[in-house]
Design a protein around this ligand. Structure first.
Ligand code: CP
Length: 307
């Protein structure tokens, strides 16, 4: 029998068992099929605390909450909060936790979501902490991979772009270690996967390899996960300028790829997926962003013990 979902704080995908992941994906599917009542969050007040810019994560969480009958308060810019006056993150979260039933936080510092979860007894959901983790993005990425490929096993998945600072890559690579997959990591050597994530992949006996070009790799893929060079995380602007246009996937590059190849991107994109790809059957990134609402609805329903 499947174990019940018991995670209260959603901080790192590494805290999820395979069953936890499958439970969220199954519930999201049932929500999408209209099999689950959407009013599960009536009476629940959430705070979205975004100390760093966002379009999709914040608005899809807020849409998910409101469509489930819950309510939400919050801010989208740390500059309008008392952080500006020197308040610590722990103090801010301690206070906000007294006003609401749960907190969704995005913050530029690695580890900030874990710190926040120690400052309040209310559930804390990590909406991206620095270059560390973005667990709810991973759940919608997995949902989209399953939707496009009809399975999560026996897949060849290519990650390309900024694998060092790309938190969505770190979370998704860790989640994929629960499945039987072959992984290719394509990045300039200076932006390859951090050793601690590579060690996790290695420890789970997943076949993987490192590359600096998509040449010869693209044609093997069932899924290509493109990522933006994370300009905001570079300390050296010259280094960013050197790598920023290293990968630019165009429709003409897709000759000879698998018929069912799905191109994913957490978005926002800059130059790495050309708009010519948008009208090909391989473009799944807009659908992926759309899936953020049902997946976040499923997660919230389980975190608040409504299912
Ligand atoms: N994928 C993602 O995190 O997008 P936003 O930065 O717009 O939230």
């Amino acid at each position: 029998m499947a174990q019940p979902f018991t995670l209260k704080n959603i901080i790192s995908i590494a805290d999820f068992s395979k069953q936890d992941i499958l439970t969220i994906l199954k519930t999201a599917r049932e929500i999408q099929q209209g099999k689950i009542s959407l009013r599960l969050l009536e009476g629940v007040l959430m705070a979205t605390c975004f100390f760093e810019a966002s379009t999709r994560t914040r608005l899809s969480f807020e849409a998910a909450i409101k469509r489930m009958g819950g309510d939400v308060i919050g801010f989208a810019d740390a500059a309008v909060t008392s952080t500006k006056k020197g308040e610590t993150l722990a103090d801010s979260i301690k206070i906000i936790g007294q006003y609401v039933d749960g907190i969704i936080i995005r913050h530029p510092l690695d580890g900030s979501a874990r710190l926040a979860s120690c400052a309040t007894d209310k559930p804390v959901i990590n909406a991206g902490d620095g270059s560390n983790q973005h667990p709810t993005q991973t759940l919608l990425d997995l949902y989209t991979i399953k939707e496009s490929q009809k399975k999560l096993d026996e897949l060849t998945i290519v990650f390309a772009g900024d694998l060092k600072y790309g938190r969505t890559v770190h979370s998704l690579a860790q989640a994929l270690t629960h499945f039987n997959v072959r992984l290719y990591f394509v990045a300039p050597p200076s932006l390859q996967l951090p050793p601690h994530i590579a060690d996790d992949v290695k420890g789970r006996q997943i076949k993987f390899s490192f590359h600096d070009s998509l040449d010869g790799v693209l044609q093997k893929a069932d899924v290509v996960y493109m990522t933006r060079m994370q300009a905001e995380r570079f300390s050296d602007t010259n280094e960013y300028m050197r790598v920023k246009n290293m990968y630019e996937l165009k429709a003409e590059d897709l000759k000879g790829v698998k018929k069912n190849l799905a191109i994913l991107h957490p978005l926002p994109r800059v130059a790495e997926v050309h708009t010519s790809v948008d009208t090909t059957p391989h473009a799944w990134y807009f659908r992926q962003a759309n899936n953020g609402v049902v997946v976040r609805q499923a997660l919230l329903a389980h975190v608040f013990g409504k299912l």
